[in-house]
Design a protein around this ligand. Structure first.
Ligand code: ADP
Ligand code: MG
Length: 503
């Protein structure tokens, strides 16, 4: 059913002093697993709790404590992998990545370097109707998050909050298939959308539940194609990694800055040093943080506290069977089922809540009309008050009734807008409101004819002009609509005015 015919966008090209340069980008996205408990302890993951209140002994690295794997977190990672059409590894294993941080009391992070739970997958990144980039996923592994050091509560001391220590993260590593700043942001948007559909990560970037390390390099036109053919990284430029980005806007600005910085160095005859950099949004620049560390710097070794993780194909199949309809499929189906444009389908499926709301409105009704009302009237009105669909004062049932009233010609489009405003601000049953407030459309041609006769009789001069210039009939239509409080059926009014004026 899924129509995968799309056009691939051109890579971003930056003109340098010595010729053109292209961008190559790969992302490592850290997505917090949506789960009530941590990866290796039963402590709560609740955001915003009193500092150090969600800490089990194992999270605080008390001597002799042992990690116990949370089955639900494993299921979430598998679910994510399946949602990204990825290979699921029935055997994976945990490794210790050793480093010191005040907010990492174990002195190591439990991660999966050698045997990740999820292998190769893909994300179709939408760049506009009919234009998309297929970005390959290299792997997804499970790992622990660290705690938080707080430096701004006291002038002399730093504090440590271990609530986040041990919370499950999925690290989703892309291949360097992204070719520009907009594509990088669109990739994060699409990934976030899929995770939210799957229910495996809430995607809240403000709370840091989704953050990205952005790898950027530049190359000459033609080099990327050589890499694609051979998968040999030697054809690509040396990359720098910009750490911990949690805003689509900053991701784009950082890539743009970083690419230009690298080009300037290369054109000056210099070489790029592989390193980790930080983006400063106030100055709009990236700064060196540390030189690139290699796996051996962390003394990775298999975690002796945890057995290899073995899962069964049957369990994976059950998870597969429980997957919801995903954004690409839903968008394609909306176009087919409701006859809407791909653009509108994209808007309506951006969030699963929007899509569900729309389908409730459209059920058994005119889908195109419903799409139009949800996008233009409802979303427009919600946006004015900075509300999202979950905060809509108009329920899907109410909006559905308004659309039903329009379709059955009970109310005109203009009255429908007034009705919508009443329901939005006052609530109530749309059908009842139309009855009690006398908003029903006048389709009785006798009543419309009477109103037209009256206007013609009162305005002989206008009648003469209209006979010479038929465009003036619109003036009569307007007058009739005014006289009937906007309730006359516009189609009937047009017809009757034309025939009475002899046009
Ligand atoms: P490491 O293990 O050193 O972090 P990886 O091979 O895992 O390196 O790559 C990390 C990320 O960097 C991946 O998302 C990958 O796509 C990206 N990447 C690798 N080489 C390049 C490059 N030349 N330019 C841009 N991104 C790259
Ligand atoms: Mg890496």
């Amino acid at each position: 059913m899924l129509d995968l015919t799309y056009e691939t966008p051109k890579p971003k090209v930056i003109a340098g002093a010595t010729g053109d340069w292209e961008l190559v980008i790969g992302l490592e996205v850290h997505a917090q697993v949506a789960s009530k408990a941590k990866l290796f302890s039963g402590a709560s993951t609740q955001f915003g709790a009193e500092p150090n209140s969600n800490v089990a002994f194992v999270d605080a690295a008390m001597p002799g404590m042992l990690p116990v794997i949370n089955e639900f977190c494993v299921a979430q990672a598998v679910r994510t992998g399946l949602g990204l059409k990825a290979e699921i590894n029935l055997t994976s294993a945990f490794d210790r990545k050793n480093y010191f941080y005040p907010d990492l009391p174990q002195g190591y992070q439990i991660s999966q370097l050698y045997h990740p739970i999820v292998g190769e997958g893909e994300v179709l990144v939408d760049m506009g109707p009919g234009v998309a980039r297929l970005v390959r996923i290299e792997r997804i592994h499970l790992e622990q998050d660290a705690g938080k050091s707080i430096h701004d509560m006291d002038p002399h001391m730093s504090f440590v909050d271990l609530n986040r220590t041990g919370v499950a993260l999925m690290e989703i590593v892309s291949r360097p298939d992204i070719r520009g700043p907009e594509e990088a942001a669109a990739y994060v948007v699409k990934l976030r959308q899929i995770l939210r559909y799957l229910g495996t990560c809430d995607g809240n970037m403000q709370n840091g539940n989704l953050r990205a390390d952005v790898n950027v390099s530049v190359c000459r036109p033609g080099d990327y194609e050589k890499y694609q053919e051979s998968q040999d990284f030697a054809h690509l430029g040396t990359r720098c990694e910009i750490k911990n980005m949690n805003s689509m806007r900053f991701i784009q600005a950082a890539i743009e800055y970083e690419a230009r910085r690298q080009i300037a160095i290369l054109e000056d005859g210099g070489a790029i040093v592989q390193e980790t950099r930080l983006y400063d949004p106030d100055k709009n620049e990236t700064r060196s943080m540390r030189s690139k560390e290699e796996a051996h710097d962390y003394r990775y070794f298999p975690c002796p506290d945890l057995l290899p993780l073995e899962i069964e194909q049957g369990w994976v199949d059950d998870i597969q069977a429980s997957l919801p309809e995903l954004p690409d499929e839903k968008r394609t189906r909306f176009v087919a089922d409701y006859g809407m444009t791909e653009y509108d389908a994209g808007v309506l499926t951006a969030d699963v809540e929007n899509a569900t709301y729309f389908e409730e409105v459209a059920r058994g009704r005119d889908g195109k009309l419903a799409a139009n009302w949800v996008i233009n009237e409802l979303f427009g009105r919600l946006k004015k008050e900075d509300h999202d669909i979950t905060e809509s004062p108009v329920s899907a049932e109410q909006l559905g009734k308004i659309i039903g009233l329009i379709s059955s010609d009970a109310i005109s489009g203009k009255i429908a807008k007034d009705l919508f405003e009443i329901v939005y601000t006052e609530g109530g049953d749309p059908e009842e409101i139309v009855e009690t407030r006398g908003m029903k459309q006048v389709t009785d041609t006798g009543a419309i004819e009477a109103a037209v006769d009256q206007i013609i009789a009162d305005n002989p001069a206008q009648v003469e002009k209209a006979k010479e210039n038929p465009k003036l009939a619109g003036w009569f239509v307007g007058q009739v609509m005014k006289a009937t409080g906007g309730k006359a059926n516009p189609k009937s009014v047009n017809e009757i005015v034309a025939s009475k004026l002899g046009l």
